[in-house]
Design a protein around this ligand. Structure first.
Ligand SMILES: NC(=O)c1ccc[n+]([C@@H]2O[C@H](COP(=O)([O-])OP(=O)(O)OC[C@H]3O[C@@H](n4cnc5c(N)ncnc54)[C@H](O)[C@@H]3O)[C@@H](O)[C@H]2O)c1
Ligand SMILES: [Zn+2]
Ligand SMILES: [Zn+2]
Length: 337
């Protein structure tokens, strides 16, 4: 069968690989469509320290069950599913606390182990999710779960004002999740196109920090108190700091962004405001189920999110164009049939 393989940094090819075999605990699936995200671009560029080469990327997947599960009738042959790309060891502190999303020894599909940009894959039944969704929608579930998980970490309710720093794929999930709960949702970015998409995904208010004062606008939108919750989905030192500076006293800050350098803080604010400061990583099964509910309710602008859908053969070329011109694409999807 064919697969897209990252041979070394900057080099992707479509080549033949052996077909996987189903086993006692893994079902055989035919891959239908795979979404690409910033982490796949990072892998292609050789910038992801967790990726070794050669590697088959792909972790945002819609696939069709080839051989149904004997134990679960919902997982019958012919059913379209999406999947959680994470693994968990069951033994580390996170797993023992029932938070396998943050497993110390997690291996994500397409990162630490080969992914789904291939014709067939095998997956354990418990990683699969059925839904009343199209192939394209099923592919969008996983990228939205990361932002949903951060909103769950922040215990957002509809009484909250939630500011989301960054409206890329990850921030957009938090915006949709916050709006889905009914919270006042404020989207922040430096790119008007991203802010326009954030509005369609549920942001009631947008702030472009290139030409507006973040501090003043947030105070105006929250009766002078500041937002109850700030989600950081960018990963820059200045936005890491802005989160604790702008959040209300006794508010909650959730970091999803990975900062690439150390961040210096005025830690007095942590104490003086008595903040809850949290990290958020990957997603839990309940986050997958909530994203599926959102997409099934047709409240998310699926078509506006996807910039192109291409066949596998064009995968290597699109990775090169995307790497040369990252701003030109939002979400690229590769169809496998
Ligand atoms: N914690 C996790 O599980 C997890 C998972 C995936 C990604 N991430 C991290 O989340 C972050 C966001 O990922 P993404 O894929 O959405 O990235 P992205 O590049 O698609 O989005 C970032 C957004 O931030 C905006 N931005 C950049 N600089 C800004 C600034 N100074 N002020 C306001 N907005 C600014 C950009 O215009 C863009 O819209 C990254 O750091 C990534 O590594 C974390
Ligand atoms: Zn992704
Ligand atoms: Zn673990």
């Amino acid at each position: 069968m064919k697969a897209l393989i990252l041979k070394k940094p900057g080099e992707a090819v479509v080549e033949s690989v052996a077909e996987p075999q189903p086993s006692k605990d893994k079902l055989l699936l035919k891959v239908r469509m795979v979404g690409l995200c910033g982490s796949d671009l990072n892998s292609f560029r050789g910038k992801n320290p967790l990726v070794t080469f050669p590697r088959i990327p792909g972790h945002e997947v819609c696939a069709t069950i080839v051989e149904g599960s004997k134990d679960n009738r919902a997982l019958a042959a012919g059913t379209h599913v999406t999947m959680s790309p994470y693994s968990s060891c069951g033994k580390c502190a996170s797993c023992l606390r029932n938070r396998p999303n943050a497993c110390q020894f997690n291996e994500t599909l397409g990162v630490q182990r080969d992914g789904a940009l291939t014709e067939y894959i095998t997956m354990p039944a418990e990683k699969l999710y059925t839904a009343n969704l199209t192939i394209k929608e099923l592919c969008l579930v996983e990228p939205l779960t990361v932002g949903f998980h951060a909103i769950a970490r922040a215990r957002v309710t509809k009484q909250d004002a939630v500011a989301v720093l960054g409206c890329g794929g990850v921030g957009l999930g938090s915006i949709a999740a916050s709006h889905f709960i009914g919270a006042k949702t404020i989207a922040i970015d430096v790119d008007d196109d991203k802010l326009a998409l954030a509005k369609k995904a549920g942001a009631g208010h947008t702030i472009n920090t290139q030409n507006e004062s973040l501090h003043q606008r947030l105070l105006d939108l929250t009766d002078g108190l500041g937002p109850d919750v700030v989600i950081e989905a960018i990963g820059l030192p200045q936005t890491f700091r802005a989160a604790v500076e702008e959040v209300a006293f006794t508010g909650r800050v959730v970091y999803i962004g990975y900062a690439k350098e150390p961040v210096a803080y005025e830690t007095r604010l942590f104490v003086q405001k008595e903040l809850d400061i949290m990290g958020s990583r990957n997603a839990l099964p309940e986050d997958f189920r909530r994203v599926i509910q959102l997409l099934e309710s047709h409240q998310f602008p699926v078509d506006d999110c996807v910039s192109s859908i291409l066949p596998l053969e064009e995968g290597p070329e699109i990775l090169r164009s995307w790497s040369d011109n990252p701003a030109r694409f939002s979400k690229i999807m590769i169809r496998m049939d």
